[in-house]
Design a protein around this ligand. Structure first.
Ligand SMILES: [Zn+2]
Length: 432
């Protein structure tokens, strides 16, 4: 009973590896080995949902009614799945890359960029039904059992039990989220997800043509002239004529008499569609930013803000560009606005915290970087917190922050090792 929780969990996971759990797949009914219990599936999904959302742009907060709509459509499908009792959740992420993903335990996300590609509710149901199967049929959990994601599974436990202090593995939050989100399930799992997803669609009363049309659109897009950003979607869900044909067969078998929900979908999407030019300007600004064309990035951010001034990411882009253009006072103003509009996304806090640190405002910097780290632990914020502690003369705290950075893959790792070597010559790190 006195065993630390994380150690206890690790022991349980290790024990599970030694015992073969023979089980029936809850969706397909075929028998399979299972090492990850339902409780673990749910815990992994719950622990990774937040960091995965954060590392993929955060929740789209500007259209609460659209979020509720997507959630309603998702729940109507989850309810008729083989595992209606899983703690399903559906969110829209503020990300222009057309993508969707599912974590074990029913934690599902669809990007703003994918919604723009859909035409009716049946197509949305096809996306969500497909992702529900990935979760319900334990495709992600099975990857873990195969060993490909085993380390991640164990590391997730480290993240889940972090909370109190600086756990070594917490640093990898972003990478873990990314790895789970970009999982490739393979051809069989994709076909399985299409097939059972269409069954959920039929049970929920949707026109199965939606699944056929969606897959046809993807095949079209994955051709020679695929728009930038489609890589992520097609890497995790490779489209193919084989999948189109399989969907046609499934539709013929199950019938296509359901509703397409075009009017409902168009109504729910109206506000987001109206803002599409603003997001397009923002996307151009992000590209300019990544190519170090800061004045141009600022110009695009202003255009986006002129079209829609309540989107936090537009103000964040303005702030980041102003920072690079050496306009710190304007940058702080823009970042303040970004944070005021959306308190649930780590990045504006991180950028503002680093700026305050640079200007020597240690107290506000500490506050911002702590909030950023609570939302998504990053090497940058952690290193910054170490620097603040060091400047305040608190060597012990500084070392506690530098330590996980020193052992991470971050570009800051060598400098963190350097500082540890200087502050604590007995640490084993060599000064460079
Ligand atoms: Zn898939």
């Amino acid at each position: 009973m006195n065993t630390p929780r994380s150690l206890h969990t690790l022991l349980a996971a290790a024990a599970a590896l030694l015992v073969c759990g023979c089980d029936v797949n809850p969706v397909t009914g075929s028998s399979e080995l299972s090492f990850v219990s339902e409780q673990d599936e749910i815990r992994i999904g719950q622990a990774q949902y937040g960091p995965s959302q954060q590392s993929q742009g955060g929740v789209l907060t500007l259209y609460p009614e659209l979020n509720a709509y997507v959630s309603r459509v998702g729940m109507s499908l989850a309810r008729v799945s083989e595992r209606p009792e899983l703690p399903y959740e559906f969110v829209i992420l503020d990300n222009s890359v057309p993508n969707a993903w599912a974590l074990p335990g029913g934690k599902i996300a669809v990007n703003r960029g994918l919604l723009y590609e859909l035409e009716d509710e049946a197509q949305l149901a096809a996306v969500l039904g497909h992702e529900i199967v990935h979760a319900a049929a334990r495709h992600g959990a099975k990857q873990q059992e195969k060993g490909t994601l085993l380390n991640i599974g164990l590391a997730v436990i480290g993240v889940a039990t972090a909370g109190t202090g600086m756990q070594d593995l917490a640093m990898q939050g972003a990478q873990l989220g990314g790895a789970l989100v970009q999982t490739r399930y393979g051809r069989d799992a994709e076909l399985e997800s299409d097939r059972y997803g269409m069954q959920y669609m039929a049970r929920a009363g949707y026109d199965l043509q939606g699944a056929v049309a969606l897959q046809q659109r993807f095949v079209q897009l994955s051709g020679s002239q695929q728009p930038a950003g489609y890589g992520a979607l097609f890497a995790s869900h490779p489209p193919s004529q084989e999948r189109v044909d399989a969907n046609l067969r499934t539709a013929a078998k199950l019938g296509t008499t359901g509703r397409d929900g075009r009017a409902e979908f168009q109504r729910a999407m109206a506000a987001l569609k109206r803002d599409r030019p603003a997001y397009a300007a923002h996307a151009k600004g992000m590209t300019a930013m990544s190519q170090n064309r800061y004045a141009e990035a600022l110009k695009y951010s202003r255009e986006a803000i002129r079209l829609q001034d309540r989107e936090a990411q537009f103000h964040e882009l303005a702030g980041a560009a102003q920072l690079r253009l050496d306009q710190p006072a304007e940058a702080i103003k823009s970042l303040n606005r970004a944070v005021a509009l959306n308190q649930s996304y780590y990045r504006p806090y991180l950028t503002r915290g680093m700026l305050h640190l640079k200007r020597g405002n240690l107290d506000v910097a500490k506050q911002d970087l702590s909030v950023a780290n609570r939302l998504l632990p990053t090497a940058d914020a952690t290193f910054g917190l170490g620097e603040i502690a060091q400047r305040e003369g608190d060597v012990e705290t500084a070392l506690r922050y530098y330590d996980p950075v020193a052992r991470s893959q971050s570009p800051l790792a060598p400098e963190a090792r350097n500082r540890i070597a200087r502050l604590n010559p007995g640490s084993g790190y060599q000064r460079q």
